[in-house]
Design a protein around this ligand. Structure first.
Ligand SMILES: *[C@@H]1O[C@H](CO)[C@@H](O)[C@H](O)[C@H]1NC(C)=O
Ligand SMILES: *[C@@H]1O[C@H](CO)[C@@H](O)[C@H](O)[C@H]1NC(C)=O
Length: 290
């Protein structure tokens, strides 16, 4: 009986603690958007750890929707799946929950903090891409760039940055001659890029970044990839080898034909000489004694 009473008091005490800790004036602070490859998070800080918030978001002139993944006392929420279409400016509003939540307070009656507008299509950072490089000739190298996967799913398909940006996505390629500081760059519309006008039998090092020129300057360029190096082929080596091979073949054929002709001629002459000789001897034999 006594222990039950203690438990009850303890419970009441804890409840009172929570109520007082949940300062109704505890607004969300330092509200920020972070976004990488279209994984978009809203984060904020709170003076009272127990405080719960409700997050709403809207497009300009649009309705306010309650974010589904932003419940409880967490001070962040994942809005990746909800900020669609991508190319719109979204504003989030973080409402401080209070005890009278169920009463008829209007939207303005809650303590709340609004975020700055955020547009995933323009503002989401793009991480470094992976690519491979292969020399095609003495002057050309091909880069195969892998379009980075985003956090966005459409049905069972995970979208790449190419699926989202389509024609707006380019790749910026910078390359240097090995051991040389001079940087050159080229921009490729496709994920399969060719760099031309290179020197033969020379090693070049390449780096690639996603590049979206339709965006504002500060967010046009994704992170730079790691560097990969590749050596171009020898000076028109393939042509050289081909002609050398052909020359050898021609000489071989000519030589063979020549030998055959010489041999055949020699054999023929020998035979003719023999026949002539034997003819002469028979003639002289028949004509001698009469
Ligand atoms: C993108 O990256 C830059 C540099 O790291 C950072 O300052 C910025 O806050 C990031 N933007 C988003 C939306 O995450
Ligand atoms: C630059 O890229 C374009 C498109 O891929 C290509 O046609 C052109 O040859 C490249 N130029 C150089 C100097 O690599």
């Amino acid at each position: 009986m006594a222990s039950q009473k203690t438990l009850l008091y303890l419970g009441l005490f804890l409840f009172a603690e929570i109520i007082t800790a949940a300062d109704p004036n505890s607004k969300a602070e330092n509200v920020r958007w972070t976004s990488l490859d279209f994984k978009t998070m809203l984060t904020w800080t709170s003076k009272t750890p127990q405080q719960t918030y409700t997050v709403k978001f809207s497009r300009p002139e649009g309705d306010w929707y309650e974010a589904r993944n932003c419940l409880g006392t967490a001070s962040e929420c994942d809005l990746s799946a909800e900020l669609k279409p991508f190319n719109e400016f979204y504003t989030a509003d973080i409402l401080t929950d209070n005890e009278d939540h169920d009463s008829d307070y209007g939207h303005d009656e809650f303590q709340h903090t609004e975020s700055t507008p955020f547009n995933p299509y323009r503002d989401s950072n793009i991480s470094a891409v992976e690519f491979s490089v292969r020399a095609l000739s003495s002057s050309t190298v091909r880069l195969n760039i892998i379009d980075t996967l985003t956090s966005v799913h459409e049905g069972s398909k995970q979208l790449t940055i190419r699926d989202i940006f389509t024609k707006d996505l380019k790749y910026k390629i910078i390359y240097t001659k090995s051991g040389n500081t001079g940087k050159r760059e080229n921009i490729s519309d496709s994920s399969r890029a060719e760099v031309t006008k290179l020197d033969a039998a020379t090693s070049y090092c390449f780096m690639v970044a996603a590049y979206i020129p339709s965006r504002p300057t500060s967010t046009q360029l994704g992170a730079w990839s790691r560097q990969l190096c590749e050596k171009t082929h020898e000076e028109s080596s393939s042509m050289h080898e081909l002609s050398m091979g052909a020359l050898v073949a021609v000489i071989f054929v000519l030589l063979t034909v020549f030998i055959i002709i010489v041999t055949v001629t020699a054999l023929c002459c020998k035979k003719r000489q023999q026949t002539e000789k034997s003819l002469q001897t028979t003639q002289s034999q028949t004509s001698a004694p009469v």
